[in-house]
Design a protein around this ligand. Structure first.
Ligand SMILES: NC(=O)c1ccc[n+]([C@@H]2O[C@H](COP(=O)([O-])OP(=O)(O)OC[C@H]3O[C@@H](n4cnc5c(N)ncnc54)[C@H](O)[C@@H]3O)[C@@H](O)[C@H]2O)c1
Length: 327
């Protein structure tokens, strides 16, 4: 078996940064790409030496020719496709949202199709936002194959990605695994409503007040675990077009806040008990389990300990912007 060479898109994002960290620490060659050249998030989760060891190229996934040459000319064996615009950005600019999230993903599949002897596996980011309104899902836990009815453009674009993957498998044998994260937390998670649990840990480390904008039960996925799931999904070299939910920690926000107090006794984090997230927290991840076997799952306690230590270090060295607590 030849050596692995990963291409990561969206590598300046939160999950991308953790994917780079895992690959570098495992000694795997990686081509890190993003439209953005701002290394803030990768630099928050890696040492300067680790960061310097990574080859970075600016890549716009909406450009089919450069995506194709990035894959074909660099001998890429595995692709982790994370580039995308989040819910508010798709809403603010639907055309750009579709170009990045829909066309960009088609471009990745096309590039992989162009190199069948070379690319052995790929994973890409879908989202739980492909689901319809929470009331549609009385039958719990929510399985991978439930009816989809996204209520946002972002969700509609992710659903298009999932169907695209199925047709690329059926028509051209391009295998893939799409993952549907829900609430990802950890250093680097700094924007969007579901970033609030990560920001709560940062606020506790910084001794600041912070209100999590929702209560009720949530499904939490530590960024390091999510990164490992994307890497292992690409490595699975899956024959088919699987789309898999993620689960990991299910907890009431009330209990999350209490648990934080075990690590930071006088923290000033509260939550809005009147609001809750769109979907039930009871998610079935047996689909991914059946492909990968045991899934990485850092306990909430261990993740809090690691995140608090990382945030305190970043605060001490002035490498994190607390303005994120205001949004
Ligand atoms: N974080 C979550 O909780 C969550 C939940 C569900 C799904 N997802 C999906 O997982 C993926 C990664 O999430 P994240 O939290 O790391 O997101 P993120 O917003 O932190 O990172 C996305 C990255 O994509 C890059 N990008 C945007 N347009 C691009 C373009 N035209 N070409 C190349 N790169 C471009 C951005 O610069 C950014 O660095 C995304 O596709 C996201 O939709 C994330």
């Amino acid at each position: 078996m030849s050596e692995e060479r990963f291409l990561v898109t969206g590598s300046m994002g939160c999950i991308g940064a953790w994917v780079l960290r895992n690959l570098v620490r495992d000694g795997i060659e990686v081509l890190a790409t993003d439209l953005s050249t701002d290394p803030t998030r990768p630099s928050q989760v890696m040492t300067p030496a680790e960061l310097r060891s990574i080859r970075f190229e600016q890549l716009d996934v909406t450009d089919p020719d450069t995506v194709r040459s990035a894959v074909v000319e660099n001998g890429i064996t595995h692709v982790v496709h994370l580039a995308g615009l989040q819910v508010p950005f798709c809403k603010a600019n639907p055309t750009l949202g579709a170009q990045v999230n829909v066309v960009g993903t088609v471009n990745i599949f096309e590039a992989v199709r162009a190199a069948p002897e070379q690319v052995r596996g790929m994973s890409y980011a879908s989202s739980l936002a492909v689901l319809g309104p929470g009331e549609m899902y009385a039958d719990l836990p929510i399985r991978d194959d439930v009816r989809l009815a996204p209520t946002t453009l972002y969700g509609a674009y992710k659903q298009a990605n999932e169907r695209t993957a199925k047709v690329f498998w059926e028509d051209w044998g391009v295998g893939s695994i799409g993952l549907r994260p829900y609430v990802v937390y950890g250093v680097g998670r700094d924007q969007g409503m579901t970033a609030d649990t990560a920001k709560a840990i940062l606020a506790a480390a910084a001794e600041r007040t912070y209100e999590i904008r929702f209560g009720g039960e949530v499904t939490l996925q530590y960024a390091d675990d999510v990164a490992k799931m994307f890497i292992e999904s690409a490595r699975a070299e899956h024959e088919g077009a699987a789309v898999c939910n993620l689960r990991n920690t299910v907890i009431a926000v009330n209990d999350f806040v209490s648990k934080l107090a075990q690590h930071v006794p006088h923290h000033q984090v509260t939550y809005d008990s009147e609001s809750s997230l769109a979907w039930p927290a009871d998610i079935d991840d047996s689909g991914l389990r059946s492909i990968l076997g045991t899934l990485p799952h850092t306990s909430l306690d261990d993740a809090m300990v690691e995140a608090l230590a990382m945030y305190r270090d970043l605060l001490r060295t002035g490498n994190i912007d607390l303005a994120q607590l205001e949004t």
